[in-house]
Design a protein around this ligand. Structure first.
Ligand code: ZN
Length: 176
């Protein structure tokens, strides 16, 4: 495999649905999204695809997960303009759930696997191996209580949300 550029990055269960997008008024999020997409000049920041078409672009919140402290900290460190396929691969846990619930066609996974392999120069076996590993990593991350570090975006977040702790016992149903 060449240098990998597209990774599967699953969100720990206790913080499913926790996002900057969710806490901003729609107009504020749309402004932020627009700025992100103009910054990347409507090219996917992972695979370079043209994302100027309708419903092609996603402003993806990029998180670091720190489990060396208690509660663990989810750190929002960037918002990237990415294509729909890269986004669906990064959030493969959610994608799998949507397919499982019939919201997406089952053969969409074949399309995503092919995209992952092409972008990374990876084999299908490597995709399957990483998919398995990431589900295990996600299960581990979900054993922690979490807080959120909103980073440079903190001033946009309503005060009531800051400092919230999301217990490992939280069982959000997502997508709701
Ligand atoms: Zn992409």
């Amino acid at each position: 495999m060449q240098d990998q550029i597209l990774f599967i990055e699953m969100v720990p269960t206790p913080i499913w649905g926790v996002s900057l997008r969710r806490h901003l008024p729609r107009s504020a999020w749309n402004r932020l999204r627009q700025a992100v997409l103009e910054d990347c000049e409507y090219r996917c920041e992972v695979c370079g695809a043209d994302i100027s078409g309708k419903r092609q672009a996603v402003a993806d919140e990029v998180w670091n997960y720190h489990t060396d402290r208690s509660p663990a900290v989810a750190e929002l460190y960037d918002i990237q303009g990415v294509c729909m396929r890269c986004d669906r691969i990064k959030h493969l846990g959610l994608t799998s759930a949507l397919i499982g619930q019939g919201h997406m066609a089952a053969d969409y996974m074949d399309e995503l696997r092919a995209h992952f392999c092409k972008v990374n120069g990876a084999s299908e076996e490597e995709f399957e191996y990483q998919r398995g590993m990431e589900f295990a990593v996600q299960a581990q991350l979900s054993q922690h209580d979490w807080t959120v570090d909103w980073g440079e975006y903190e001033e946009l977040v309503p005060e009531a949300v800051l400092g919230q702790v999301f217990s490992q016992d939280r069982k959000p149903t997502y997508p709701a």
